[in-house]
Design a protein around this ligand. Structure first.
Ligand code: ZN
Length: 225
């Protein structure tokens, strides 16, 4: 089982950044992109009146955990020289007023932000909830159906999450708006299960969230390298 300590993960990330720097011009040129630097959109799911799911014991809001993790991811990608865009930067949603149709407006706004960024990568951050089986644990990564790039990226992040959580889950194809709303390489990272008390305790711990962000970041970089 591959487990990277924080120091090793950072050293690993630094080595991958050097590799990435060598690969980026080629991959951008081959995709016809005109961006000066590699760009990642980090999407913190939910927000505002839409809390997402709630922790089974603490009732922690998924929307808050997603934002905290999105900020940690932004730090890591920015430090590595990426251009970073967050779909939301605060606790509020992206829908304006919480009047009927707010969820649709919120999702539409996320799509517009991704389109205007023309990113090389979209990471949508969420937390899982499966009350039918409270024993279910760990991170779960989804990719767009029939996207081989997405599948490879998701598998790379999944490998890091499995190492962190001690699980052996596989990345899954999913038919979700955030995967399908633009043509850009996109994955949904369900970081852990808020329906599982052990996962919930880990996710509400700042030190563990930092490790989670390291794992997602390392998985993404390993894919590009
Ligand atoms: Zn969610």
């Amino acid at each position: 089982m591959l487990f990277l300590s924080k120091t090793r993960a950072l050293a690993f990330a630094a080595a991958l950044v050097l590799l990435l720097a060598a690969c980026v011009p080629l991959s951008l040129a081959s995709r016809g992109a005109h961006a000066a630097s590699f760009c990642v959109v980090i999407d913190a799911g939910h927000g505002g009146v839409d809390a997402g799911v709630l922790g089974v014991r603490s009732e922690v809001r998924e929307s808050d955990l997603n934002l905290q993790l999105a900020r940690l991811l932004r730090e890591r990608f920015a430090r590595a020289g990426f251009c970073t865009v967050l779909t939301r930067t605060g606790a509020g949603g992206l829908y304006g007023l919480p009047t009927p149709g707010y969820k649709k407006r919120d999702m539409q706004r996320r799509k517009e932000i991704i389109e205007s960024a023309s990113p090389n990568l979209v990471l949508s951050v969420h937390q899982n909830f499966f009350p039918a089986d409270p024993a279910r644990r760990g991170g779960q990564v989804f990719y767009r159906l029939h996207s081989r790039e997405g599948e490879a990226l998701a598998a790379s992040i999944q490998q890091q999450l499995n190492a962190l959580w001690g699980t052996s889950l596989s990345a899954l194809a999913g038919d979700y708006f955030m995967l399908n709303c633009t043509p850009y390489l996109s994955v949904i990272v369900e970081c852990g299960f808020l329906s599982n008390a052990q996962d919930e305790a880990a996710l509400t711990d700042a030190a563990f969230r930092s490790k989670l962000a390291d794992a997602v970041f390392a998985g993404a970089l390993a894919y590009f390298a």
